[in-house]
Design a protein around this ligand. Structure first.
Ligand code: ACM
Ligand code: ZN
Length: 703
C-alpha cells in the first residue's frame, strides 16, 4: 500500500491538468521505443480525449483524434522520471472544447520568439486556442498587403517621452506562428477590432472615421470616442479586404471581430451614420438605442463577410447590444451576464469574465508591493476556483452552450516580456486546469504542488513567473515608524514558507523562518522573502523600521492652500528645475487635476503642467501615521517622504510611508505632474493625500 501511494504521488506530480481517471499499478516501463499509438475514430473516446495504458513492457495510447494522442504524450512526459513511467491506466478527456489564452501585442509588442515560448508551455498543459488580438488603438500588428499604411504608420506610436514603440507581424511570420501552434494542436483565432478600438487604422487611413481628422496612434490606455464610421460603405469594403487576407492566413473556424467598448457619441452627430440609422429604420426601443442598433447592424455585416469565407463570428459581449446576430458566439468579459444572456438565447459562449479571475492583467497580490497593473485582484486561487458554467445555465439546461474558457493577457502595463510572463504564470496553469478538469476532480492544494513542478519547468525554459511576496495584512508598507514598538505580521496569497534576516544580508532559503509576528523596539532593517518548495526565493522586500521622535506640531498653521503652477511637458520631477512657476488659487487638492479638461482622446492641443500645493492638516493624538498618495512627490513638515515621480505609471499609491507625528497641526505639500508615464493619464488620479492613524483601517484625506 505504501508503495502504491509513493507511485501515485510520482504519477500525479507535475500533471496539469488533473486527469479524469487515474489508476496506478505496480512497476514502471521504460519510455524509449515502447510507445504504441492508435487512432481509432470508432473507439468512442471523446474528441481530444485519450486512454493511456502503461504496463511493465509497453505504453499504449489510444485516441479518436491526433490531438488526443498529443495530449496523452503530454501526460506521459509529465509522468516520466529518468526515462521511465509508472504503470498506470489513465482515461482522460477535456471538460471544454475552447481552452484559450488571449495575447495582446497591441499595447506592447512581443516577438514571434516570445510567442512561441508561450505556445510551447501552454500546449503542454492542453490549452488549444490562442486568441491573437492583432489590432487596437495603440497599434496595428498584422501586415495587410492592400493597405500598407496600416503597418507602415499604424504599427508605430510615439510615447510622451518621444520614444517610439511598435512592431508588426509580416504575413510570413503569421503563417509561421499559425503552423507552429497547429503542430501543438493550438488553433490561432485572430481578432480584428471593429467598430471601436481602431485608432491605429484611422491614423493610417483617416477616412475610416466619421470626421476624417488626422490622429496619432494612441499612446494612452482607455477608450477614445473615435470609432469607424459605420455609416460609410467604404468601411465595409475596407473590412472585407482585410478579412480576405486574414482568412488566407488563419484556418480557424472562428474570426474574432472585437466589438467591445465602442463609443458611439460621434455616430450621434455624423450625417453618414445618421443617414444609415434612417435608411435601416433603426429606432431606440427596449432592445437598445438607435446607435446600439447601428453597432449591431455593423456586426451583422461582418457576419455576412465572414460567412462568404465559411467562417464564424465571435465577439466581445457588447455584440449583444442592439440585438445579437443569429450565428454569433459571445465572449463574456464584463462578468458572466453577457454569456448567460447569450446562452439563454441559444448562442455558444466562451467565458472570460474579468472580475471572476480570467483577466491576468489584474493584480495577483498586494498592489502596494506588486508591479503596477491595470487594477483588480485575481489571486491564483481565485482563478482556480472559477467555474465557467454558471449555475443559472446549468439550471436551465444550457450549460453545454459554454464552449469554453479563456484568460486574457491585456498588455497595457506589461512593459517587458518578463513582466508579461510574470503576469501570466502560474495563473495560466489554473486556467488550463479549469478548462480541462471536471470540477469534482479539482483540489487547490494538490494543484499548488503541481504548480511548483510547472514553475520549475518555466525556470528551465528561462521564463518568468510570479512567486507570492510576503504581505502585511491591511496594506504592505516598506517604511515603518515606531515610537515605542511596532509589530509586523506577514502572510502570502497562497501558503508559502517565508524567510528573513535582520542583519542586512540577503535572505536565503535557509535563513530564519517567519513563524510569528515580529516585534521591534529599535531601528531595524528587515529583509523578507517567500520560498518555494524547491528553494527559489520571491523578490526580497526590504523594510526599514525607524524609531522616531514625533515631528513637532506647527506653530504657524495656515488656512487654505498655497499653490503654484508651471506649464510644460515635464517627464519627471528632475525636469522641473528652472521651470517658470506662477501662483494659482486652489480650493482643494482634488482640484489639482481639474486645471485642464479631461479629454479621453488626449488631443495635440492638450496643455500639460505641474502643480505644487501646500496645506495644513491636524492630527488628534501623538502617534504613528501612514501616508499614501498618487502624486509625484509628497513632503510632510518639509520632509520629502513619498517619491512616485520615476514610477513606470503613477497609479495605485506607490511608496507608502509611516511617520510619527505630535498632536496638532502639520503641513503637507504635494508635487503633481500632468504627464503620461507608461500610458496612464494621471488626470484620472486622486490627488488628496491619504492619512491614517496606525491601527485604523480608514484613511482620512487632506481636504
Ligand atoms: C475588453 O477587455 N475590453 C474586452
Ligand atoms: Zn459616421
Amino acid at each position: 500500500m505504501k508503495l502504491l501511494f509513493a507511485i501515485l504521488a510520482v504519477a500525479i506530480h507535475g500533471i496539469i491538468p488533473e486527469p479524469a481517471f487515474i489508476q496506478v499499478n505496480k512497476g514502471s516501463c521504460e519510455v524509449k521505443d515502447n510507445i504504441v499509438c492508435t487512432i481509432d475514430k470508432t473507439s468512442g473516446i471523446a474528441e481530444e480525449g485519450y486512454v493511456l495504458k502503461v504496463d511493465r513492457r509497453k505504453i499504449r495510447i489510444k485516441a479518436s483524434t491526433p490531438a488526443g494522442i498529443f495530449y496523452a504524450k503530454q501526460t506521459l512526459k509529465q509522468l516520466e522520471q529518468d526515462g521511465r513511467v509508472p504503470c498506470v491506466r489513465i482515461v482522460d478527456a477535456p471538460r471544454f472544447a475552447w481552452r484559450g489564452f488571449m495575447v495582446d501585442p497591441c499595447r506592447h509588442f512581443l516577438s514571434v520568439e516570445d510567442l512561441k515560448k508561450q505556445i510551447d508551455v501552454l500546449a503542454k498543459y492542453k490549452i488549444n486556442v490562442m486568441h491573437w488580438h492583432l489590432t487596437d488603438d495603440q497599434g496595428w500588428r498584422i501586415e495587410i498587403k492592400k493597405y500598407p499604411r496600416l503597418t507602415e504608420v499604424g504599427a508605430w506610436r510615439t510615447e510622451f517621452d518621444g520614444s517610439v514603440h511598435g512592431g508588426y507581424y509580416t504575413q510570413d511570420e503569421i503563417r509561421e506562428v499559425v503552423s507552429y501552434a497547429a503542430e501543438r494542436f493550438i488553433t490561432v483565432v485572430p481578432e480584428i477590432e471593429m467598430p471601436g478600438h481602431a485608432i491605429s487604422a484611422i491614423r493610417a487611413y483617416p477616412w475610416l472615421s466619421c470626421t476624417g481628422e488626422a490622429l496619432k496612434t494612441f499612446y494612452i490606455w482607455g477608450t477614445p470616442d473615435i470609432s469607424l464610421c459605420v455609416g460609410d460603405d467604404r468601411i465595409f469594403s475596407f473590412l472585407e479586404d482585410v478579412i480576405a487576407e486574414v482568412v488566407e492566413l488563419f484556418p480557424s473556424e472562428y474570426i474574432h471581430i472585437g466589438g467591445d467598448e465602442c463609443r458611439k457619441n460621434r455616430w450621434e452627430t455624423c450625417p453618414k451614420c445618421q443617414a444609415r440609422i434612417q435608411s435601416e429604420g433603426l429606432v431606440s426601443d427596449e432592445r437598445g438605442t438607435a446607435v446600439e442598433k447601428l453597432q449591431s447592424y455593423a456586426v451583422h455585416r461582418m457576419e455576412g463577410i465572414l460567412a462568404k469565407y465559411g467562417r464564424k463570428l465571435i465577439g466581445w459581449d457588447e455584440i449583444l447590444e442592439g440585438g445579437l446576430t443569429p450565428g454569433a458566439t459571445v465572449m463574456s468579459w464584463r462578468g458572466e451576464a453577457g454569456g448567460i444572456k447569450a446562452a439563454l438565447e441559444g448562442h455558444e459562449v466562451v467565458m472570460t469574465p474579468g472580475k471572476d479571475g480570467l483577466y491576468l492583467d489584474h493584480y495577483q497580490g498586494d498592489p502596494k508591493i506588486e508591479p503596477v497593473t491595470i487594477g483588480g485582484m485575481t489571486t491564483l486561487e481565485k482563478v482556480y476556483n472559477y467555474d465557467p458554467v454558471p449555475a443559472e445555465l446549468s439550471r436551465n439546461g444550457k450549460g453545454s452552450l459554454v464552449k469554453g474558457v479563456q484568460c486574457n493577457n491585456w498588455s497595457e502595463y506589461m512593459y517587458t516580456n518578463a513582466k508579461r510572463e510574470y503576469m501570466m504564470f502560474p495563473r495560466a496553469f489554473a486556467v488550463a486546469e479549469i478548462a480541462w478538469t471536471a470540477p469534482g476532480k479539482k483540489d487547490f492544494e494538490s494543484f499548488c504542488r503541481r504548480v511548483d513542478a510547472a514553475c520549475q519547468d518555466l525556470d528551465a525554459r528561462g521564463m518568468n513567473y510570479h512567486i507570492p511576496l510576503p504581505e502585511q495584512p491591511g496594506g504592505s508598507c516598506d517604511r515603518i515608524a515606531l515610537i515605542d514598538r511596532a509589530t509586523l505580521s506577514f502572510t502570502t496569497t497562497r501558503p508559502m514558507k517565508m524567510v528573513y534576516t535582520l542583519d542586512g544580508s540577503t535572505p536565503t532559503a535557509s535563513s530564519a523562518e517567519y513563524v510569528k509576528p515580529l516585534e521591534f523596539t529599535e531601528d531595524a532593517v528587515l529583509k523578507i522573502a517567500s520560498v518555494t518548495s524547491y528553494g527559489k526565493l520571491s523578490p526580497v522586500r526590504t523594510i526599514t523600521i525607524d524609531k522616531q521622535e514625533p515631528l513637532p506640531a506647527m506653530k504657524d498653521v495656515f488656512e487654505g492652500i498655497r499653490a503654484r503652477r508651471a506649464d510644460g511637458r515635464f517627464y519627471n520631477a528632475r525636469e522641473l528645475e528652472g521651470a517658470e512657476w506662477r501662483p494659482i488659487e486652489l480650493e482643494s487638492f482634488k482640484d489639482i487635476t481639474k486645471l485642464e479638461p479631461f479629454n479621453r482622446n488626449l488631443p495635440d492641443s492638450t496643455r500639460f503642467y505641474a502643480v505644487e500645493a501646500e496645506a495644513c492638516f491636524s492630527v488628534d493624538g501623538t502617534d504613528v501615521y501612514r501616508f499614501s498618495s498618487d502624486c509625484d512627490r509628497v513632503w510632510i513638515d518639509g520632509l520629502l517622504v513619498i517619491d512616485n515621480s520615476e514610477e513606470e505609471a503613477k497609479r495605485f499609491s506607490r511608496h507608502d510611508v509611516e511617520l510619527a507625528l505630535s498632536e496638532g497641526g502639520h503641513s503637507v505639500r504635494v508635487l503633481y505632474i500632468f504627464n503620461i508615464r507608461g500610458g496612464w493619464n494621471p488626470l484620472r488620479n486622486k490627488t488628496e493625500v491619504m492619512i491614517r492613524r496606525k491601527g485604523n483601517s480608514q484613511y482620512i484625506t487632506t481636504n
